[in-house]
Ligand binder design. Structure first.
Ligand code: GDG
Length: 461
């Protein structure tokens, strides 16, 4: 069987003991068999470029990493990836700050990845690159002489042509994506947007899921990411007995819990959500004193101005909600910017009557799936889910809301709080079936199957 080489911006080396870190490492854990390799940035900044990767081995998997210079990192990561591509693909054109020198650094870092990785590749390797940091990698690896299957998965949404046109280098990057053999998206809508862009902006020919450009074919298809639902459900069941979870539950004094868990990011709709909670308490006063809202949002990308601004805004909104509604023995909103241990999160999800997942735009949103997996079958909570999260395409039995409408979120929370257990159970059975079936294993298998079929695709080009 061919070796799988995963490439991503950051490399999640497993800790010496204990479970894997989370996120991508969990989704791809089935592929991390002895002999496989994961390549990316070490997280270290060096004065000089270091093309020679450092190698670490854990559980038979080789983790190969390069350092980046401060200048390359700032242009590539802060400037272009998170200052241009992230806002663009999350429909926030006003936040996009394009600078050609950042784009040059973005290309330079991708070139360093290709130059460092290619000497380690064997001709029958399968390479699977992840996310918007690595759009040009396939072209650059091909230039280095790699001829094997190259796949790419985009974790964030894609944009339709009318929006992608705003990116001055959109045509270059679209052409680069067409150098991959397989390009995977979270939803069919994102895959279709990509094919539309390739057709309208590059003149590519579209045939079903296939994009034909300059005599070669790329398959652009939807492969929604999943979680390891079984492991997560077990973790949730066990962790409700943990000291930390118990202490938290005790502090609620029997009140119901609504929970939100998101990286502190402007795509996650946090200010609208806080506003919605205030509307709930204002318009449905019967819930006052009977509910707590816990928002966990670990700080992220603090190098980017917009993220610092968001944090101050949330500090202000929390103060406003609590200032307005608190009573001496009830604080309606608790908000923490520190990450919680994964096991604690699982226990808190299980305890929460409502999971509030209201991003303004999101590729998938794994929190929605984790919340479902963590529920107690006999007394499940209710998921309130944004129509603009990729997860809403699958999890249709959630209470689906428009995240730009705080009143609609408040109404859904009210409905969830009043929902009889029979309806909660009926919705949960349907959601659980989907989360357990379309899990991380299926996600990996579908993508690799598509990539392994590549020779046939080439012959037909
Ligand atoms: C991108 C796309 C897509 C959060 N807080 C804590 C914590 N988390 C974990 C959650 C979940 C993960 O982080 C977040 O995943 P999401 O999917 O919600 O969002 P992004 O980080 O934006 O991820 C997204 C995803 O890629 C995968 O393809 O779904 O659309 O934007 O697993 O549980 N984990 C711990 N403590 C925290 O405080 N331990």
């Amino acid at each position: 069987m061919a070796r799988v080489v995963i490439v991503s911006n950051r490399v999640p080396i497993p800790k010496a003991r204990g479970a894997m870190a989370g996120g991508l490492a969990v989704a791809l854990s089935d592929l991390l068999t002895p002999g496989s390799m994961w390549f990316g940035w070490s997280g270290r900044l060096a004065a000089e470029p270091s093309p020679q990767p450092s190698l670490t081995e854990a559980r038979g998997v080789t983790y190969a990493m390069i350092d980046l210079t401060t200048e390359a990192y700032r242009g590539f990561y802060v400037g272009f990836a998170n200052g241009v591509l992230w806002p663009l693909l999350h429909f926030r054109l006003g936040l996009m700050q394009f600078r050609r020198e950042d784009y040059e650094n973005y290309l330079a870092v991708n070139r360093s990845f290709a130059t460092s990785l290619s000497p380690m590749l064997q001709s029958d390797d399968i390479v699977w690159a992840h996310d918007y940091h690595l759009l040009p990698l396939a072209r650059l690896l091909r230039e280095q002489g790699f001829g094997g299957p190259l796949g790419f998965f985009l974790h964030v949404p894609f944009a339709p042509p009318s929006m992608l046109e705003a990116l001055p280098v959109a045509r270059e990057l679209l052409t680069d994506l067409c150098a991959y053999d397989v390009v995977g998206f979270q939803t069919e809508e994102h895959a279709r947007d990509f094919r539309d862009c390739a057709q309208r902006m590059l003149g590519a020919t579209i045939d079903g899921e296939w994009v034909k450009l300059n005599g070669r074919r790329t398959r652009a298809f939807a492969d929604p990411i999943g979680i390891d639902a079984e492991t997560f459900a077990k973790m949730a069941e066990r962790s409700v007995g943990d000291k930390l979870v118990q202490r938290f539950v005790g502090s609620l004094s029997g009140r119901l819990l609504a929970i939100g868990v998101d990286r502190l990011d402007y795509s996650k709709g946090l200010p609208h959500r806080f506003e919605a909670y205030a509307r709930l308490l204002e318009r449905y006063p019967e819930h006052r004193r009977n509910i707590h809202f816990l928002q966990i949002c670990p700080r992220s990308r603090e190098e980017v101005d917009e993220y610092r601004k968001l944090r101050s805004e949330l500090d202000r909104l929390t103060g406003r909600v609590n200032g307005r509604f608190s009573e001496f023995d009830w604080t309606p909103l608790r908000y923490s910017t520190r990450a919680a241990p994964r096991r604690t999160l699982a226990g808190l999800y299980r305890f929460a009557r409502i999971g509030v997942v209201t991003p303004l735009r999101d590729g998938m949103n794994l929190v929605a799936k984790e919340y479902v997996a963590a529920q107690d079958d006999d007394d499940p909570g209710v998921l309130v889910l944004s129509q603009f999260a990729g997860a809403a395409h699958e999890l249709t039995e959630a209470l689906i809301v428009n995240p730009f409408d705080p009143d609609a979120i408040a109404d859904a929370m009210h409905l969830a709080l009043a929902m009889p257990v029979s309806e909660r159970k009926a919705r949960h059975v349907a959601l659980k079936e989907k989360v357990f079936r379309t899990n991380a294993q299926l996600y990996c298998r579908r993508f690799l199957d598509a990539l392994r079929k590549r020779p046939a695709a080439r012959a037909a080009a």
